[in-house]
Write a protein that binds this ligand. Structure first.
Ligand code: AMP
Length: 427
């Protein structure tokens, strides 16, 4: 038997109803903040991620699904392509490629699958879904302002509340600008030198190439050492400190609670100034629902104009997982309003006509087959959770009035064709 590949999964009904519920709510919230949807390709040239995410990150160095194109054309052959492991780089590429700033567009969102070769476990998959948002634009459009950072964080709080996730924690930090990070990296290097021999192989490599990435380490034995390392906060320059302060003041003003976490440096190299994560207790080890930060230098790193930006990615799988704590998929699933049961030969055509009429009234309608007996029709209607069953037999067709039975109460009435939709719409 052929099974879905390791780390991938099928999203099945009724769970897909929860996914749709989340996506509909998310779209509503984005609309209120004037974000527009963007859809970029699922694969991009490998170089985009090497430059846009960072060669030293776990994502690029270990987790990407990369292949060499086997195309016939000379121009395709040998090109290195990669399934997107995240979508900020793709959106910024599109921003540059289409000069989106010229159209006055600066707030984007996107929903879709990402791919990382990780060790699968609950809440961690090789194909998973992200809801991404990016605010990017020329500094003259205010894209550098702490107002944007606070707006994004307030949007996220609204979004989580809207979908019904209440027990979240916002962790906040500033990782400063490149000059601050250079100083901090040097301090880390010195602090790591005497202890790094006792740390994991990854940390030993990071200590040399990019000490900041030591904070990505998940090895439990390394954590006591990591907790003694200096933090970025002391190294922030005046401008970064003021920016961070203003973000916090606006959050206070709009009453969004947060916890400062000076060790939150996030897995991507391009982050500057504000970084954040929202966590949720119910998710256990994989407790980050979403993460993001400011990436003022990314557009230039990808060959574009200066375009400060800030964005986030919500792990949709984890969002849905934490939702299942409070809402069952059944509760958001729209069940059939009516099940049409054609009884006896020649009734299929009449049933099809009725189904078409009722569906035009935005009713959810399912129907059986005239070969079904009445008992089997009732069983089918019951199993799918229909509210009513509508009997279509020869007598009904002759009278142009149909037996409509409310399944929960057992109450049955005869309703003229013209009044059927209204009758079913009444709760
Ligand atoms: P990142 O792009 O690594 O900052 O991740 C942003 C969010 O995506 C995380 O907070 C997770 O919720 C989610 N996420 C990242 N990797 C995975 C994965 N392998 N499986 C499921 N969700 C993931």
């Amino acid at each position: 038997m052929i099974k879905s590949p390791r780390g991938t999964r099928d999203l099945l009904p009724p769970d897909t109803a929860l996914w749709n519920f989340v996506e509909a709510a998310v779209r509503d919230v984005f609309r209120a903040y004037n974000f527009h949807e963007i859809r970029t390709p699922i694969f991009e040239s490998t170089e985009l991620f090497a430059r846009g995410v960072g060669e030293e990150t776990d994502i690029v160095s270990k987790e990407m699904f990369t292949w060499e194109d086997r195309g016939r054309a000379e121009s395709d052959r040998g090109q290195s392509l990669t399934l997107r492991p995240e979508n900020t780089a793709g959106i910024v590429r599109a921003y540059i490629e289409h000069k989106l700033w010229e159209r006055g567009l600066n707030k984007f969102f996107s929903i879709g699958p990402m791919f990382r070769r990780e060790r699968p476990q609950k809440g961690r998959y090789r194909q998973f879904y992200q809801i991404d948002a990016e605010v990017i634009g020329p500094a003259t459009a205010g894209s550098q302002s702490p107002v944007r950072d606070a707006e994004i964080l307030e949007l996220l709080a609204t979004l989580l509340d809207r979908v019904g996730i209440t027990k979240w924690t916002l962790e906040l930090n500033s990782v400063g600008c490149p000059a601050d990070r250079a100083k901090f990296n040097e301090a880390l290097r010195q602090a790591l030198a005497p202890v790094v021999g006792k740390m994991c192989a990854d940390c030993q490599r990071r200590a040399v190439t990019n000490p900041l990435r030591v904070f990505d380490c998940k090895v439990p034995e390394d954590q006591p050492i990591i907790s003694t390392l200096p933090t970025i906060t002391q190294f922030l320059d005046e401008a970064c400190r003021t920016h961070y302060e203003e973000v916090k003041q606006i959050l206070n003003a709009v009453q969004i609670p947060y916890q400062e976490n000076p060790r939150l440096v996030r897995g991507l190299d391009y982050y500057q100034k504000t970084t954040f994560e929202f966590t949720h207790g119910a998710l256990g080890a994989q407790n980050a629902i979403l993460g993001g930060g400011r990436y003022d230098g990314l557009s230039e790193a990808l060959g574009g104009p200066a375009a400060p930006g800030i964005g986030f990615a919500i792990g949709e799988d984890r969002l849905v997982l934490s939702l299942t704590e409070t809402a069952s998929a059944e509760s958001v699933l729209r069940k059939p309003d009516v099940y049409i049961a054609p009884l006896g030969a020649g009734m299929n055509r009449e049933a099809a006509r009725l189904a078409r009429e009722l569906r035009r009234h935005d009713l959810v309608v399912d129907l059986g087959d005239e070969s079904f007996r009445i008992k089997k029709s009732f069983e089918a209607a019951d199993k799918m959770g229909a509210r009513y069953i509508l009997i279509v037999g020869e007598n009904e067709v002759a009278a142009d009035a149909f037996a409509l039975k409310h399944l929960a109460s057992g109450e049955q009435v005869t309703v003229p064709r013209a009044e059927l939709a209204q009758r079913i719409l009444q709760k």
